[in-house]
Every structure is written in C-alpha cells, then in structure tokens.
Ligand binder design. Structure first.
Ligand code: SAH
Length: 599
C-alpha cells in the first residue's frame, strides 16, 4: 500500500499535460518542476540529483517524466534495500510509455497500471509473477490486507517454480487470477476475517468485511468545555469495549473496514478516538438513512442499524456501555469505504496570498489538491489557475460573505471537503471571521462534527512591504477604509489614534468606485499629526498582472492614485527612504526606537 503521496517530477514545460493527467488520478501528489524550465508546479527545484535522492531516501514514490537512464543513474548509489525502496517510474514526455523501475514490493506495478490507464497506454510491466498470474501477492487490491507480507515473495517464487495453491475462503481477484489453483495443494492462500496464524506456506488475507456501528444516547452535542477536564484518557472505556468485542467475536483488527456512526454523533470525540485506536476510517450516516435501516432490519437499536447498513450483512455482536452502544456486523464482500456513509466534513478557510503561486503556502496547495468544493468570490477562484480545476465551484459576489460562509458549513456537514478561498490571508478582512461568526451565531447541530481549519496566507501589507523593503519593521497597524461594515466615525477615530501613536499604518480597501472621499479625508487627518514628507507606499495588483509599487509623500496622496486592488502603507515619523544609484528606492522603518541614535 502506498502511503506517502507521490512526487511527479518534470524537467520541462512540455511535460505539463502528461503531469496533470497523472496527478488527476493520484490524490495528494505533488508536482516538482525544474526551476526556470517549468511553471505552475507545487515545488520548484534547482538540483535534480539532490532532489531526487532526497525524495527516494524519504520513501516518496517518484514518477519521473524523463528517460529511464536519468533515473537509474541518479538513484543507483542508493539502491541497497529492496524492501524499503519506494516505487520509482519513468514516464515518456508524450505519455506513450510508463516504465516501473523500482519498488516492486511497494506497489510500483499497480501505480504503473493506474498511470498507464489514465494515459491510455499499456504499462511496461516486467515482473514475472505479475505477468504469469496477473496479480501481485504482496500488493493486494483495495479491500484486502496481507497479514504476512514477509512471506509473499518466497510464496510467489514457489508458485513460479511449479507449486500449486489451494484457496481457503474466497476473493474474486484470487479466484479469477491465473494462479495454479488446485484444491489438493499443500500451499494455501486463506481469505478470512479471523485472526489466524500465518506461516511461510500459508498466506493470509484479511478482507475489509467488518463494520463497527456505534451510537450514543447521551446528549448529542457536548460542549468542548465539558470535555476539557477529561484529558487524554477519554474514550478509553469505549475503545476497550470494542476491542473486547472483536476478541470475543474472533475477528482480526485488519479486517475492520471502518467505524460507522450517525452524523449527529460526529462531534462526540469518543468516536474518533475509537477509529484512531483501530487505525480505520470513520463514516457517518444521516438520521434518515439510520431510520430506514432500523425499519428495514426491524431493530430499535441505532448501532445495530448502522452496522447492518454499512455491511449489508449479518449482525455478529452487540453490546452496551452506559450510554454507548456498539454493534459488529459482517459483510459478504469487502466494504467500499468510499461509497459507504459519508466522511467527516472538512472546512478549510484558506488564504492564497496576494496572487502569484510562489507566494501560496504548501499547506494551501495541499488543501486545494484535496478539496472537493471551492467557495469564494469568482475573481479569487479564477486566480487559482489549474489548482482550482476539477472541483465543484460555488462562486458568488464578494458582498454575500455570511451567506457564503453558511453555504460552506452546510456543504461540509454533508461530508464534503470545502475550501473557502480568500486572497491574501483569510483572517485579515476576509472569510475566516465570517465563517466563525455564522458558526457562532447559528450553531447548527450538524455543523459540530466538521473539522475546521484556517490556513494562513501572505497578506497584501506583507507582500507590499517585501516588495519595497521593510516599512513594517517596527510597530504598525492595519485599518480598512471600507465603511460598509463599520461607520465612518469609528474609522476616523482609529486613524486619529493610530496617527497620534505614530504607528506605520496599512490601509486596506482604500477606495472603491463609489467611495473616494474617504482616502482624501484620511490624508487630511494624518497630516494633522505627520509631516507632509512622510513616506507613503502604494502597492497595486501585488503578485498579479499589472503589479506596481510606488512611493509618494503624504501630501501627494490622492484618491486617484489608488483603486480597489491597492494597499497603502503610510510610514511613521521614523520611516525612511533609501535612494540607490540606479534610481530604485527602498523604504524601511528602523527597529531601533532610540531618539539619540536615529539618524
Ligand atoms: N485578505 C486580504 C485582504 C482582503 S480586503 C489580504 O490579507 O490581503 C481587500 C483589500 O486588500 C483590497 O482593497 C486591497 O487593499 C488589499 N489587497 C488585496 N489583494 C491585493 C493585491 N494583490 N495587491 C494589492 N492590494 C491588495
């Protein structure tokens, strides 16, 4: 099973379309591109050899869109331990060939098949067992776990040498393979949910057929503060109960497909603790689905109904621990976790930085790769480029912030992975506060189980400062000149106070089409406290087409110089300008606030 997300490495921009196809079937894969030769990538590198060897050493699967020879020569010095090597594949630049090179024990052939299928070619598979029997014993399909991987290789060698094999239990992928099956054979492949002892002549696969249904009869939502005192150990009694049930029912933990529960219990941390302890996913059913399963199976027990709904099988055991109910059911076939119940919803409020991809954090890129839904102002979604492809988009007008936040929470409650997209930083005059405001005020029970995350971005004032030097080098503040959400009287007061306190001030939303006088008024207020020669930076379209960063003096600051995509930094009394011989200018605010030493 491949755990670390693969790196798709490209050396030139010609490979981009093949690279994107590959990435489309590999969730979480990162695109690596050679600096100066590629764009639109997640990671830019300059040293091919060092980068590749680092990835390999970390166990990252590598898909090089390049010649096999380059990969072989680069990685040759590191080829020591076959068990530990990650999959390495070469893909031809035009997508015509997919060549698995290394990592046979770690799923390289399956990866090659997956990539070849999206590129519509046949993978160049050379592993004898794979070719002769059509399967890789050490790398079973989703839904099966090999209990004794250490024996798979020798087991396969025995079969290749002429031994036959007996199947105990059933799995279509084994039954339909070209394995030399003979019911009298000494060698056995056993498919079972029972915890059996495996040996070198008995390979054991555990199918994902066990469903654990849980429900709680306690108050549906426990406020986090009521959990605070319970420390780390909480959930431990429930975990012990589930483990005891599995032992009593003689079921192997490796056969557990997942923990299943009601969406109304999603906020109950015991459920996640159980899933984490068993190292399995958790999935949720709606109250309607559970009610249907109750009547269909003629049971009043929620946990039983949930386990039966998840497994479409039979009930094995049911127990209760005060207000916690647990039922175990067994499915006739492995349970497909992707189509059974809904995952926990995720809501990520992300900041994309001012515009350019270079200024977008890897965390934000990772979220964009995995999100199913994007919510945001259409201009911001447009700025995402290919990172925003292949997702449900919920675009809207910039002003409907609260409605957008509500929609994002509702979508996440349905089990989707929603990214709410803001430019710059999501917590600075942007969507994060709107989401928390709606969450706080409306507090819908179905929102309580959502995993919420804020992923920061570079705000306009930081980007502007970086472009021009270090104007925010000492104390500063930010003021939005928009009077849509607050009265002008408050804004006026704040400007006055900030000017008196000699802060460097970053002005957001300085003007809009309908709103010009505020900036003129701002300058007038500032001039009461600051010298007319005070340095002012106007930065427009940072990180986007038409970027400009200009330096003026306070007395020259006029509304016509700014627009909606301008951030303005007004210096303090200490802010200074450096004029260089080539005509360029740097602005900085010294960190030392010592009257005697200030030049
Ligand atoms: N969350 C954003 C701010 C949104 S408010 C951030 O952290 O940057 C919108 C205001 O931000 C604009 O009116 C402008 O003042 C500023 N702004 C946003 N993006 C900008 C950019 N690329 N260049 C210059 N200013 C920008």
């Amino acid at each position: 099973m491949i755990k670390i997300a693969p790196a798709v490495v490209m050396l030139g921009q010609n490979s981009i379309s093949v690279a994107k196809k590959i990435i489309s079937v590999l969730p979480g894969a990162q695109l690596y591109g050679l600096a100066g030769r590629t764009s639109d990538v997640d990671v830019t590198f300059t040293e091919f050899g060092t980068t590749l060897r680092e990835l390999f050493a970390n166990g990252t699967p590598i898909i090089g869109i390049c010649a096999t020879g380059i990969l072989i020569r680069t990685l040759a010095p590191l080829l020591a331990n076959k068990r530990q090597e990650p999959p390495v594949l070469a893909v031809a630049e035009d997508g015509s060939a997919v060549v698995p090179l290394l990592g046979g024990l770690n799923g390289v052939n399956n990866l090659a098949r997956q990539i070849a299928s999206v590129l519509d070619v046949k993978p160049a598979i050379t592993t004898t067992g794979d070719i002769r029997f059509g399967i890789a014993l050490e790398d079973p399909p989703v839904g099966y776990r090999l209990a004794n991987p250490e024996y798979a290789k020798s087991f396969m060698s025995d079969l290749l040498a002429g031994h036959s094999v007996r199947l105990e239990g059933d799995a279509p992928w084994l039954r339909n393979s070209s394995l030399p099956i003979d019911q009298n054979a000494e060698r056995v492949i056993q498919i079972t949910e029972k915890p059996v002892v495996s040996t070198s002549t008995r390979l054991v696969y555990h199918p994902a057929t066990v469903a654990i249904g849980v429900s709680s009869t306690s108050p549906r939502f426990q406020h986090p503060s009521s959990l605070a005192g319970r420390g780390r150990g909480w959930g431990s009694e429930e975990i012990a109960l589930v483990q005891q049930m599995l032992a009593d029912a003689e079921l192997a933990p490796a056969s557990i497909a997942g923990v299943f529960a009601s969406t109304l219990d999603a906020a109950n941390p015991a459920l996640q603790a159980i899933a984490d302890a068993l190292n399995v996913p958790i999935r949720f059913f709606t109250t309607d689905e559970i009610a249907a399963a109750m009547s269909q199976n003629n049971t009043a027990d929620g946990a039983v109904a949930i386990a039966l709904a998840a497994s479409s099988g039979r009930l094995v055991m049911q127990r209760q621990l005060s207000d916690f109910n647990c039922a175990i059911a067994l499915a006739p076939l492995p349970i497909d976790i992707n189509t059974t119940g809904k995952p926990r919803g995720r809501l990520a409020i992300i900041g994309t930085g001012p515009g350019a991809s270079d200024w977008m954090s890897p965390e934000v890129k990772e979220i964009l790769r995995n999100a199913t839904d994007l919510v945001g102002y259409s201009t911001y979604l447009g700025l995402l480029g290919f990172l925003g492809n292949d997702k449900r988009r919920h675009e809207s007008d910039n002003r409907e912030e609260l409605a957008r936040a509500r929609m994002a929470l509702d979508l996440a409650a349905e089990g989707r992975f929603v990214a709410v997209v803001s430019s710059g930083d999501p917590g600075i005059y942007a969507m994060a506060a709107a989401v928390f405001e709606v969450f706080d005020r409306e507090a819908k029970p179905e929102w309580q189980g959502i995993e919420i995350q804020v992923a920061p971005g570079i705000s306009a004032m930081q980007a502007a400062a970086a472009k021009i030097g270090a104007p925010l080098g000492h104390d500063f503040c930010a003021i939005s000149l928009s009077d849509i959400l607050k009265p002008w009287s408050i804004i006026e007061q704040r400007i006055t106070a900030a000017a008196q306190a000699d802060f460097v001030i970053a002005f957001y939303n300085p003007v809009s089409k309908q709103r010009l006088w505020q900036l003129a008024e701002t300058r007038n207020i500032l001039l009461r406290y600051r010298h007319p020669e005070t340095t002012v930076v106007l930065a427009r379209n940072l990180g986007r087409d038409g970027e400009s960063v200009e330096v003026y003096t306070l007395e020259d600051l006029a509304p016509e110089l700014a627009d909606m995509r301008t951030v303005i930094l007004v210096g303090s009394s200490k802010t200074r300008m450096i004029q260089r011989c080539d005509g360029s200018v740097w602005v900085y605010t010294p960190r030392r606030y010592d009257e005697r030493k200030t030049p």
